[in-house]
Write a protein that binds this ligand. Structure first.
Ligand code: FAD
Length: 51
C-alpha cells in the first residue's frame, strides 16, 4: 500500500473511510535494528486508537 493513500495520523485509507493499514501491509522500508517492528507497533497503535 502506497503511504500517500493513507492519513499519516490515523493510517486510515483516504478513499475508503473505516479501512486502516499497519505494519508490513504498507510500503515502508525500515533500517535494520528494530525499526520494522517499531513501525508495526506504532502504526498499529495509531490505527487502533483512531478506529
Ligand atoms: C526472519 C525475520 C527477521 C526479522 N528481524 C527483525 C528485526 O530484528 N527487527 C525488526 O524491526 N524487524 C524484523 N523483522 C521484520 C518484522 O518482523 C516485521 O516487519 C513485523 O513483524 C511486521 O509486523 P506485521 O504485524 O505487519 O506483520 P506480521 O508480523 O507478519 O503479522 C501478520 C499476521 O497476520 C496473520 N495473518 C495472515 N493472513 C491472515 C488472514 N487471512 N487472517 C488472519 N490472520 C492472518 C499472520 O499469521 C501474522 O500473525 C524480521 C522479519 C523476518 C521475517
Amino acid at each position: 500500500m502506497d503511504t500517500r493513500a493513507l492519513s499519516s495520523r490515523t493510517m486510515e485509507a483516504r478513499e475508503i473511510p473505516g479501512l486502516f493499514f499497519a505494519g508490513e501491509a504498507l510500503d515502508i522500508t525500515g533500517w535494520l535494528g528494530g525499526y520494522n517492528l517499531q513501525w508495526a507497533w506504532a502504526s498499529g497503535a495509531a490505527a487502533g486508537r483512531a478506529a
